[in-house]
Write a protein that binds this ligand. Structure first.
Ligand SMILES: C[S@@+](CC[C@H](N)C(=O)[O-])C[C@H]1O[C@@H](n2cnc3c(N)ncnc32)[C@H](O)[C@@H]1O
Length: 305
């Protein structure tokens, strides 16, 4: 995992299996235990640069190439190691989870409308369409426009009374996913864990929906390098909102600081939905730097503070 330095590759697989995969992906949890005990397989992984040895990247590469996630995985990956390692070297782990819009929506809806959205770390740009999804907040009637994509979230407390009006959508990503390129979206799909059928169906539906919409303005590059210029392009008369989810942990502490300094001095509102170092079990949702809620890492719950 980025930003996490563990003593050995075996430790890394063991802790990923026990802390992250356990309970979420029985297949990945079991494969991690097997790999952690397999010296020959670990030696192959150790032939890759350190950031490229991560479990999610290996498993995503095997599945991208059509390999199995059951007990045959190690044998299959060993036989196909040239292809597997080439995919691992060429690609990075990346998600795009539209369900995170269920965390963002209540804050977006309470800002002065219309909105000019700027998402840093936008991936395929699926969180730039919060106004195009239908929402099922627990215990409340479905909310939002009719949509092929329904987002579900457990919550109590204030919910939006109106949908945000979005006047403009823009994003920045080091590696934006082109949703019209089947190879790129197949990679995004290969990174959804094998048992998460609902997430995969949601991702596919959101990609299909986004393909039918006008393409947001998406800039390739580092968020710190491009934020100011993109904010300057936002239309006047709209509230510019810079937002991000599950992105800042990719950055060094210095780059995170630099980003926070920049966003604070720009004429924007700022919504952050990020994990906090040392805190497990979800993200903290903040508005203009003030924490307002805890959220599920995939938007599955929203607990107001
Ligand atoms: C885990 S994904 C989350 C994507 C999306 N925000 C979501 O919630 O579904 C993180 C994204 O941040 C991007 N990213 C990481 N570091 C970045 C940087 N320094 N500048 C721009 N994008 C970055 C990655 O390429 C990736 O697409």
């Amino acid at each position: 995992m980025i930003g996490m330095s563990e003593s050995t590759t075996a430790d890394r697989y063991r802790s990923f299996g026990r802390l992250e995969a356990q309970g979420n992906s029985p297949a990945y949890a079991a494969r991690c235990e097997e790999i952690a005990e397999d010296a020959a397989f670990l030696a192959m992984l150790d032939g890759l640069p350190e950031p490229k040895r991560q479990p999610n990247l290996l498993f995503g590469a095997v599945r991208f190439l059509g390999g199995p996630v059951d007990e045959r995985l190690r044998t299959w990956a060993t036989t196909h190691w040239d292809e597997v390692s080439a995919v691992m070297l060429a690609r990075s782990t990346q998600t795009n989870e539209p369900n995170r819009c269920a965390s963002l929506l209540p804050l977006l809806a309470r800002l002065p409308q219309p909105l000019a959205l700027v998402e840093v770390g936008t991936s395929a740009g699926l969180c730039l369409f919060p106004d195009k999804y239908r929402y099922e907040y627990s215990g409340h009637p479905p909310f939002g426009p009719p949509s092929p994509v329904v987002l579900a979230c457990r919550t109590e407390g204030p919910l939006p009374e109106r949908m945000p009006q979005v006047a403009w959508r823009a994003g920045i990503d080091l590696n934006p996913i082109d949703i019209t390129d089947p190879e790129q979206t197949r990679w995004l799909e290969a990174l959804v864990w094998p048992e998460q059928h609902e997430r995969l169906a949601r991702l596919r539906a959101a990609l299909a929906m986004a393909r039918a919409e006008p393409r947001p303005l998406i800039v390739r590059g580092d968020l710190n390098e491009h934020l100011e210029e993109l904010v300057a392009r936002a239309p006047t008369g709209a509230t510019t909102v810079v937002f991000h989810s599950a992105v800042l942990w990719y950055l060094t502490p210095e780059d995170r600081e630099r980003f926070a300094r920049t966003v604070r001095r720009l004429p924007v509102r700022w919504i952050s939905n990020e994990t906090e170092p040392g805190r497990v079990g979800g993200c903290t949702l903040s508005l203009d730097g003030e924490p307002v809620a805890r959220t599920g890492s995939h938007g599955q719950f929203l607990d107001w503070l």
